[in-house]
Design a protein around this ligand. Structure first.
Ligand SMILES: O=P(O)(O)OC[C@@H](O)[C@@H](O)c1c[nH]c2ccccc12
Length: 256
């Protein structure tokens, strides 16, 4: 499934590239003002921090929310105290788009993450041109040489890679890259199975000074506490925020 999702995103990017050639998007990406200081925004603090996701649907959970105006939701996330807004731009299964990211960028002043299945440089240029400060790189989706290349390119564009893992060996690969921001996804993107305890099992492998992000499977404040006790600096939350009142939900999480 993961390779299918990646292939779909790459195919959609190749289609867009016929309309907007590499050099054109590159020029737009490079003309963007300096990206925001993401590591500062997510730095460990007394309370846990939240990356709040704009998420309409997913292959495992189906339709979650309409979200006619991503900018309105993102503004609520910022008002509610989120540190970063994540925008799913995958079109086929998650019903997102780059237009959503552009819309969100105009509405918030906190950093924005492009959440997609990224496998080539063009997608990273698009991310930056649309105003993203971070881009997701999924270790399981990419051979290490490609991962290294895309990691370096993300940084060249002034963005911060969020390197996503789902096992001890993937955490080791993320650490090898020198990543300063490592996510552990509770959801296996090949089988869609959830494992909320995976974060706790691998957290110790993430070196001190690296920001630890627990991704997925937060349904209530107890899940946030669970991740916090296991060492999470940040939680990445989608479903619970798009299906509940975002401001009240965020405020309960931010007290953890
Ligand atoms: O809706 P949840 O369970 O709170 O999950 C959010 C986020 O972690 C999830 O959307 C996600 C994590 N990694 C991904 C990679 C691709 C697509 C989506 C994801």
């Amino acid at each position: 499934m993961l390779q299918q999702l990646l292939a779909g995103s790459l195919e959609d990017a190749a289609t867009r590239r016929q309309q907007r050639p590499f050099a054109e998007v590159e020029a737009e990406a490079l003309a963007r003002p300096v990206a925001l200081d993401v590591l500062e925004a997510l730095a460990p603090a007394e309370h846990i921090k939240v990356i709040a996701e704009v998420k309409r649907a997913s292959p495992s959970r189906g339709d979650l929310a309409e979200i006619a105006e991503p900018r309105t939701l993102a503004a609520q996330y910022e008002a509610g105290g989120a540190s970063v807004v994540s925008v799913l731009t995958e079109e086929r299964k998650f019903k997102g788009s780059l237009a959503d990211l552009e819309d969100v960028r105009k509405a918030v002043s906190i950093p924005v993450l492009r959440k997609d299945f990224i496998g080539d440089e063009y997608q990273l240029l698009e991310a930056r041109a649309a105003g993203a400060d971070l881009a997701l790189l999924i270790v399981a989706a990419l051979p290490q040489a490609t991962l290294e290349r895309l990691y370096a390119f993300t940084r060249e564009l002034g963005m911060t890679p969020l390197v996503e893992t789902h096992s001890a060996s993937e955490v080791a690969r993320a650490v090898d890259l020198g990543s300063q921001l490592i996510g552990v996804n509770a959801r296996d993107l090949s089988t869609f199975e959830l494992d909320r305890d995976l974060f706790g099992r691998v957290a110790d492998q993430i070196p001190a000074g690296v920001i630890r992000v627990a991704e997925s499977a937060v349904l209530d404040v107890a899940d946030v506490q669970h991740y916090r006790e296991a060492g999470a600096d940040v939680v990445l939350v989608g479903e619970a925020l798009v299906t509940n009142d975002p401001i009240a939900t965020l405020s309960s999480y931010l007290s953890v």
